[in-house]
Write a protein of this length. Structure first.
Length: 95
């Protein structure tokens, strides 16, 4: 998968336009905001600490590298140009 690869566009019942695509380096700030908002909400996620801009740049760059190597699928969903979801599937190395 390539960075910023469009997967699907759809309109929700409430009229909002959602885009599902792969992440790219331009998503660093939006992903940082997304995770930090979840941390503030005490959402049940794997991290309980806010991330910095520098750490998020490394995270996104590493995620893109793993996608390009075929080791990972990563997706973001946006609504009204704001990231509202992020998911990854990583290929295991048990075989």
């Amino acid at each position: 998968m390539q960075p910023n690869q469009l997967i699907e566009v759809f309109k929700a019942k409430d009229g909002r336009r959602f885009i599902i695509r792969t992440p790219h380096l331009g998503d660093v700030e939006g992903l940082m905001e997304f995770i930090n908002d979840l941390v503030e909400e005490d959402a049940p996620i794997s991290s309980n600490a806010k991330v910095t801009y520098a750490s998020e740049i490394r995270f996104v760059a590493d995620e893109i590298q793993r996608m390009l190597e075929g080791k990972q699928i990563a997706l973001v969903a946006t609504a009204d140009e704001k990231i509202v979801a992020h998911a990854t599937i990583t290929r295991g190395s048990n075989r």
